[in-house]
Design a protein around this ligand. Structure first.
Ligand code: BGC
Length: 382
């Protein structure tokens, strides 16, 4: 914890919720992008598909329909502009000469939709699945017509179908030599969502279903060890992001043996009190606990009916807010590699605070728990 965090004192959930949705909507750019963090040196000026999709999902669940719409429109524009690149990548993959990683689509974009000039660990496939999943959640939740997204959806689908077997960087922009189970879950969720929502034609939907079956078969064959999901194919370790495969993505059935065992191992290997580490061996800013991961784990518990544990995780995430009610990317109360913290502070400055994705996951779990009311929606919140 930094000096400004509240530690274990009770947090005013309503005030933090208000601050969270205010940050999300007020920091959204005129183009529709959500900045990852307005102040953190390495993130300034960029919007990630992964962060942004979960942020838009929270905005949508809060009833901020126009804000979520604007983000999905931004995604559609960013992807539509790269139609020629995507077609070339797909053609090369079909011809048996997949494009090198450096030519694959980026993980983050400038607000105006450019690639940006800074070097980054760019080849990450998960966001291209997550935006599809979040888009469909939004359309279904609010009974909206998705016709205007069909072209960007089709391009994203083609890109993922051609590429999902490839190793790439994971949620944490690391370990590019591996195929990551969380990445596969995001891809499966996105592809299944658009096939189910009829955003693609019947023939393409059928093709998607068979590829998703193959993807799930791969997870079943190589993405499980000792009864739980693993960080990457062939690993034995877990990663905090795996909770998302259970909820909200629903790729692993909540309550199944696989889900229960995965949650149990995430609890025993990565969770201290209510704070969840990314993975054992994490050294980024000393490898602290990430409030957004507490919220994903809370969603997974809640999906299996364990409201009490979900509540505890929610409280822990809320307790990481600063006195200004900003949620950080991670906390320093329990570090895996304390000796590495200063090196990152020297390189990039203090931990990203506020991190909009943390605020989004706090809202998303709070709504699911019924502790945060949506502002303006008709019908049940999903
Ligand atoms: C995290 C990513 C995240 C990015 C922007 C990185 O440090 O590892 O998951 O997308 O920050 O928030």
């Amino acid at each position: 914890m930094t000096d400004t965090t509240r530690g274990r004192t009770a947090v005013d959930v309503a005030a933090l919720a208000e601050r969270s949705i205010h940050l999300i909507t007020s920091l959204q750019t005129s183009e529709g992008a959500y900045p990852a963090s307005p102040t953190f040196s390495a993130y300034v000026g960029y919007s990630w598909l992964r962060d942004g999709s979960f942020i838009a999902d929270a905005a949508s669940a809060m009833g901020e329909i126009a804000s979520a719409d604007r983000f999905y429109d931004w995604c559609a524009d960013v992807i539509g502009r790269r139609a020629d690149t995507i077609r070339a990548i797909v053609d090369e993959a079909r011809a048996g000469h997949p494009a090198p990683a450096a030519r694959m689509l980026p993980a983050r974009f400038t607000f105006s939709g450019g690639d940006g000039a800074d070097e980054w660990w760019d080849f990450q496939l998960d966001g291209y699945g997550t935006w599809l999943w979040a888009l469909v959640e939004h359309l279904v939740r609010h009974g909206l017509d998705g016709a205007r997204y069909r072209e960007a959806v089709a391009l994203s689908v083609e890109y993922l179908l051609a590429s999902w077997r490839r190793p790439c960087y994971d949620w944490w922009e690391e370990h590019a030599k591996h195929v990551h189970v969380s990445t596969l879950a995001c891809i499966a969720a996105g592809l299944s969502a658009v096939a189910g929502a009829k955003l693609v034609d019947a023939e393409q939907a059928e093709h998607i279903r068979s590829e998703v079956s193959a993807l799930k078969a791969l997870i079943a064959a190589e993405g499980i060890a000792d009864g739980h999901l693993i960080k990457w194919l062939g690993s034995t370790a877990v990663d905090g992001s795996l909770a998302a495969a259970i909820a909200p993505l629903g790729i692993v059935e909540p309550g199944s043996e696989l889900a229960r065992r995965t949650v149990a191992v995430l609890e025993s290997h990565l969770t201290v009190d209510g704070g969840v580490h990314r993975y054992l061996g994490d050294t980024f800013f000393g490898g602290g606990q990430w409030p957004l991961l507490s919220c994903f784990l809370g969603l997974a518990h809640l999906a299996d009916g364990d409201r009490q544990r979900a509540d505890e995780l929610f409280e822990w995430a809320a307790s990481t807010a600063t006195t200004d009610l900003d949620l950080p990317e991670q906390t320093s109360g329990h570090l895996i590699a304390p000796g590495m913290r200063q090196e990152w502070v020297d390189r990039w400055g203090p931990v990203a605070t506020p991190l909009l994705w943390s605020h989004a996951m706090f809202l998303r779990l709070g709504i699911a728990l019924g502790r945060i009311p949506a502002t303006d929606t008709e019908g049940p919140i999903r």
